[in-house]
Design a protein around this ligand. Sequence first.
Ligand code: HSE
Length: 304
Amino acid sequence: MKIHVKVPATTANLGPGFDALGLALNLWNEAEFACTSDSSISVTVKGEGEKRLPKNADNAIAQAALMIYDLAGKSCKGLHIDCINRVPLGSGMGSSSAAMLTGMLGANGLLGNPFTDEEILKLAIETEGHPDNVAPAMLGGLVASIVHKERVVSMRLPTKANHGPIHATIVLPDFDFPTSQARAILPKEVNRPDAIYNISRVVLVTEALRTGNMELLGIAMKDSLHQPYRLKLIPGAINALEAGKKAGASAVALSGAGPSLIAFMPKEDAAIGAAMKDAFKDAGLDARIFELGTSYEGAEVTIV
Ligand code: HSE
């Protein structure tokens, strides 16, 4: 028996929803899990990270899988995992969360599902630490998360599903900006006007995504808590954000902790990504463009 797992990319924060909101994107990592009898852990990787990711038990997907074996009180003789990675690493598109969920869901499937989806989600959030990526990757769509009595509560919010997808273009500059660094540079405390700025806007971002009101999205998708500090450290990012809007995007935000930017628009428009890429180029950075839809589906597990 083999277990096939698909997990989507995600974009966290959506401007003012810092550490709270996330949205699944239509870009999927896939992995196939098989138990083996040769007492080794082996991984193959095609696509993103092909050259740099570990192919043994050090691989993040393998580690997450082994954690599930441990927690289930089972030992794993041998495990082989074939990965097809489409979500770029360290991009602000949720690759670590996708890896964590992939490993946990794959092992859980091989073991006959000792853990419920809810338990896997909780474990992945506790281990990975970013509910705003993990929860939408698991549940699909737009998800808001809060911490309540040391427990994460994640809720899927309605989006414009019945009226067609909202288009998103991600532009990923070739710039190393690890999440740990992107968090370390943020002030430890926020002032009241900045808090009010974000609280008021994030409500309207969810409403704009629910109704598909792109004009409202453009007004509301602004941030005072993290983007001002992060954008200036990514060469060309401030100009790329403005270039996207000037080229017709309804709203542009940093995707997660960056370094990628995400532009939202009512219909596909290649000129928007191109304008943003040009802005990064002017700052000396090459950039990749991902034309994506949002995904109303979350992680999927099938027996093959
Ligand atoms: N909300 C997190 C941050 C991103 O902005 O640091 C999680 O990937």
